[in-house]
Design a binder for this molecule. Structure first.
Ligand code: M6R
Length: 368
């Protein structure tokens, strides 16, 4: 049932092009307009929304962090992202013009469920992005966008994450469409680009051998760092989480700009540092990340750059270069996360761990 793969996780990583395609399926009409059938919130209700709060846990929370960039950019509605487990304990400001977006693969995560119940008690509207039909969270929500990733069996979320990111983009673009966005052309372009991401992800998967060899070389390291900026920051956090969960290796993700505010002190000889390099189009961001790479390298780090093809800026400072297909900045998480998933899976395999059932973890966390 693992389709010839050693682990469900590996199978699910390889199913990601399909998961993205299925999440997009039927949602873009022939006229290029988005249609979200299970939305259940009228255009009028959506137009009333003046604040969006995304709540989720773990990997789904990182999808939410990515979503914030897209939501604010395309809708111009202020958006916060918060860990579901923290949400209701801080007395958040909510009313009927607040849209709470919950993200949960399983639809059964207790922290997230309790958070949406609280939000509804406070009269906020709740829209859930979920992969499990009929699960508790979508049943208790005002609106749903299902990710159509298919069942995710491995404890580590992979295709769940990519399809959540896609669903969040669909939501942001739909909002923009309803509001009569000033980003009309860009929206069309992004929808076209989204349609091409399954091939882009496949291209990354075709490079799995490079990642396997890299995991082999780094398998004795006990500490691994991940850096990113902008949407590359949640990707860095996700890369670190996967490694902790599966390989039980100390791993941390940082916003690259924060390095000099503390974390750079832990960089010492031989520490591997993965760096998610923003596309060349974002030259300001890129310049900064180039200096971050130089800074950690000068302190002995072994740098592994994830960078779009055709961009050689960071090559002189990189011990290893992982090439990513060229996509718009906001879509980069869809391609940049994949090598990090493969890396964690490979490293855990080499260390002899059970990748699908890591110690101390459950697929859905049904206690608070
Ligand atoms: O089912 P959910 O998306 O609500 O689950 C949230 C987290 O428990 C989950 O993403 C967890 O962090 C995964 N093990 C990550 O791989």
């Amino acid at each position: 049932e693992k389709g010839g793969y050693d682990w469900f996780m590996l199978k699910e990583i390889h199913e990601q092009p399909q998961a993205i395609a299925d999440t997009l399926l039927g949602r873009i009409g022939t006229d290029g307009r988005l249609q979200l059938d299970e939305m259940r919130l009228s255009d009028g209700e959506l137009r009333e929304v003046d604040k969006i709060i995304v709540i989720a846990c773990g990997t789904s929370y990182y999808a939410g962090m990515v979503a914030k960039y897209a939501i604010e950019h395309w809708t111009r509605i202020p958006c916060e992202v918060e860990l579901a487990s923290e949400f209701r304990y801080r007395d958040p400001i909510l009313d009927h013009t607040t849209l709470v977006v919950s993200i949960s693969q399983s639809g059964e995560t207790m922290d997230t469920l309790m958070a949406i119940r609280y939000a509804r008690e406070q009269r906020a509207r709740v829209l859930s992005i979920c992969n499990t039909n009929g699960s508790t969270i979508p049943r208790e929500s005002d609106a749903v966008i299902y990710t159509h990733a298919g069942p995710e069996i491995a404890v580590a979320s992979t295709k769940g994450f990519l399809s959540q990111v896609v669903a969040c983009y669909l939501l942001a673009l739909y909002f923009a469409q309803v509001k009569g966005a000033k980003y009309g052309d860009e929206i069309q372009l992004i929808l076209d680009e989204l349609g091409r991401t399954p091939q882009a992800v496949q291209q990354v998967l075709d490079n799995a051998d490079q990642i396997r060899k890299l995991a082999d070389r780094l398998s004795s390291n006990r500490s691994i760092m991940f850096l990113g900026r902008h949407v590359g920051y949640p990707v860095a956090l996700e890369g670190a989480l996967k490694l902790k969960e599966l390989a039980y290796v100390h791993a941390e993700g940082f916003a690259a700009g924060e390095l000099k505010h503390g974390p750079i002190a832990v960089i010492e000889d031989g520490v591997p540092v993965f760096v998610v390099v923003p596309p060349r189009a974002r030259d300001q961001l890129q310049e900064k990340i180039v200096s971050n790479i130089q800074e950690v390298r000068a302190r002995g780090a072994r740098t592994i750059a994830l960078v779009e093809e055709g961009d050689d800026t960071v090559v002189p400072y990189s011990d290893e270069v992982i090439r990513l297909p060229r996509v718009p900045t906001l879509l980069q998480p869809l391609v940049a996360t994949v090598p990090l998933q493969l890396f964690a899976c490979e490293l855990a395999t080499q260390l002899g761990h059970d990748v699908d059932q890591p110690r101390n973890l459950a697929k859905s966390v049904t206690v608070e």
